[in-house]
Design a protein around this ligand. Sequence first.
Ligand code: DGL
Length: 264
Amino acid sequence: MSASRPIGIFDSGVGGLTVVKRIEELLPHEEIIYFGDTARVPYGTKSKETVTRFSVENVEFLMGFNVKMIIVACNTASSLSLEFLKRCFKVPLIGVIEPGAKGAVDSTRNNRIGVIGTRATISSGAYEKAIKKLNSNISLYSQTCPLFVPLVEEGWLDEDVTGDVARVYLAPLKKRQIDTLILGCTHYPLLSYAIRKVMGKSMLFIDSAKEVAKEAKGILAACGLLNGTRQRRNTKFFVSDEPDSFVSMGKRFLKRRITAKKMG
Ligand code: DGL
C-alpha cells in the first residue's frame, strides 16, 4: 500500500472540519479528501439504520479516491455505525469515540468524567462502553445538547443566547463534580468559550478531533504509511449540497479560504 495515498475523512456536514484542522496540524504532509454530507445533516437526530446507510455511502465515495485510511469524524456515525463499517470495508477505519474516551481516561484525576453530544451519540452509550473498557472505576455523566449544533451552524459561537443555552444544558453536569468533559460532537470545540464560561477554568476539555488525529498518526506510523515527502499536501473538500454555506463556515473553522465541490 502506498504511503502517498490520501486520508479520507467524512462527517455529516461542516463539523468534521475540526478534525481536518487537527490532522493538518499533526500530519502536514498528508493529502486529505473530506466529504461533508451537507444534504443530509443532521445525523444526530436520525436512527441507527439511517446513519449507517449514509455512512456506507460516504465510505464508498471516499474509497473512490484510493484512500489509505478513513476517519469517521462524526461522533454520531462513529457511535452508531463504525463497527458495521469495519466489517464491510478492508481499509483501516477509525472513529472519534475510542480516542476521545482514552484522552478523558488519561486526563481525569478524580475519575469523574462528563460527556456532551447529540441525542443519538448519548443514547447509544458508546462513550460509556469505551470508558468502562479502559477503567471500570470511572463514573461517566452524560448530557445531550441538541441546540448546540444549530447554534454553531448559525455562527453564534459566543452570543448571549449561546451562553444561556449552555447554562441550561450544563447545569446538571456542574453538580456532578466532574474534572474532565468530553466534547463529544464535532461542532462543540467551536463552543469551547461558551462552555468554559459555564464549567469553569479548571475543567479539562477533551476534544475528540485532537485525540483522533493522534490516533491516526500512531496507526499510520505503525503500518509504515506516514507520507515521507516533506511537501505540504492538499486538502480537497466535497459536499452533497450547494457548497456556499459550507465554504463560508469552512473559512471560519480553518481560518483560510477553501473551495468545495458538490457531488451527485
Ligand atoms: N457531526 C455530528 C456529530 O459529531 C453533529 C451534527 C449532526 O447531528 O449531524 O455527532
